[in-house]
Design a protein around this ligand. Structure first.
Ligand SMILES: [Zn+2]
Length: 433
């Protein structure tokens, strides 16, 4: 059985989550081949669908409305016949999705897209989610007990803050609140980390980017912290951010793609490939000629609320190519920006909002863009020190290359841009979609 360390063993035993045996199962899978992974997923999928059909009103009704599958139908074909879901559908029909007899706890998403979502997560699924995390993190030498520096959202209110601090201490974490990232707090966190000696950072890329820019401005050497890895999650990690974080901290920057509902979906290996993890099955809906389409996830161990054909609102593609790391998991690429993160131009052309980050990089410490009208975008920026009207002119010209000359671009310099309630930063908000 995999060693989790005494504290974690105890926590999981109290929670009734068999994380150690799940780690062994998932680690064993890493040494097999692609076909074994497909068979493993198919068997898990079959069990999930049988369970859902028996225990959940939504899937009982779905089964009655579809032609029964023949015995020779593969689990993947059967999956294709089941309806697509998303958080709005599950939220609206939650009692029809919940299996009450599973031991489970309530969880909720941060609601960065404007829709907080509350659902039940059972012990079986939680154990696999955590086990998968430990396995993937171990690709970069991180152990379950490795010390962590976290730049993240933080509880509000005195009681919430105290509970969070106690939990962080117990789990070897130190936290910088993404809500309070001024120079004073960044400096304090830096000195705290010199004593804590974290092995890795766990952070939103935008918050981490703010932190390293702050260190640079303060003349502090991020390499002194002595961390080895930075795991970025929850937001798009742009290449210029990755480069700067690597340069300031001396760490390897690793991209994680996941959701509160389903845990980690894909994770970057030591050769820079994102791999689809074996706790989920990913389908791509209506792929374009490059294979990119909307991501649909089936979480293979979910029970209390089965997540089947669950659309999470992002675009990506799955590739069958192999990787130098030798793991038999498919490669995965995420397209920058969510399905709704599109700038609609006066001509009707749609452009991924990620273009804003590429054009504004290097000139702004932070930015947030609102599309107010079909022909007006408003860019709030926290300027870098060398910012001047010439740079603004250059940015406008570059953006108009993509968005057309009829797009009006307004710049509003500000001192600070507050993050969302979760601590994430949404850089683009459309008010016309
Ligand atoms: Zn790999």
């Amino acid at each position: 059985m995999t060693d989790l360390g005494t504290k974690l063993e105890l926590i999981y035993r109290l929670r009734g989550e068999k994380v150690g045996s799940a780690i062994d199962e998932l680690k064993g899978l890493e040494k097999t081949d692609r076909q074994s992974v497909v068979s493993y997923k198919e068997e898990k999928l079959r069990r999930l669908m049988d369970f859902a059909e028996k225990e959940c009103q939504f899937y009982r009704a779905a089964a009655e409305n579809t032609k029964p599958a023949s015995n020779s139908t593969s689990a993947f074909e059967k999956l294709n016949r089941l309806p697509a879901t998303d958080k709005w559908i599950i939220k609206k029909h939650l009692p029809d999705f919940i299996c009450a007899r599973m031991r489970a706890s309530w969880r909720s998403t941060s609601g960065t897209t404007g829709t907080p979502f509350v659902f039940k997560k059972d012990r079986h699924a939680s154990a696999y989610m955590d086990a998968m995390m430990y396995c993937a993190y171990n690709w970069h030498g991180i152990a379950p007990w490795s010390r962590q520096a976290r730049i993240w959202g933080s509880s509000v209110g005195i009681r919430g803050k105290l509970v969070q601090k106690a939990k962080d201490r117990l789990l070897g974490r130190r936290r910088l609140s993404a809500f309070e990232m001024d120079a004073h707090n960044c400096r304090r966190f830096f000195y705290l980390l010199l004593r804590h000696r974290p092995f890795y950072f766990y952070c939103y890329p935008n918050a981490m980017y703010q932190f390293v820019l702050s260190l640079e401005r303060l003349g502090l050497d991020g390499r002194q912290i002595g961390a080895a890895v930075v795991i970025c999650t929850g937001e798009v990690l742009f290449p210029h951010q990755k480069e700067k974080i690597e340069q300031v901290t001396g760490c390897r920057v690793v991209n994680e793609y996941g959701s509160t509902e389903n845990g980690i979906i894909a994770f970057e290996c030591e050769y820079g490939t994102m791999h689809v993890l074996p706790t989920v099955h990913v389908d791509i809906i209506d792929p374009d000629s490059d294979g990119f389409g909307e991501i649909s996830v089936t979480e293979l161990n979910s029970r209390s609320v089965p997540f089947i054909n669950y659309k999470i609102g992002d675009m990506g593609r799955v590739l069958d190519s192999g990787c130098k790391c030798g793991r038999p998991f498919e490669a995965f690429e995420i397209k920058e920006g969510r399905v709704n993160d599109l700038i609609v131009c006066p001509s009707g052309k749609k452009v991924y909002a990620a273009i804003l980050a590429y054009v504004l990089k290097g000139h702004t410490a932070q930015f947030k863009v609102f599309q107010e009208k079909r022909d007006l975008i408003n860019i709030y920026i926290v300027p870098e020190t060398d910012y001047n009207p010439q740079i603004e002119k250059k940015i406008r010209m570059k953006l108009q290359n993509y968005l057309g000359n009829k797009m009006n671009i307004k710049f509003t310099p500000v001192d600070n841009i507050a993050p969302e309630n979760s601590g994430k930063r949404r850089y683009f908000v459309s008010r016309i979609i």
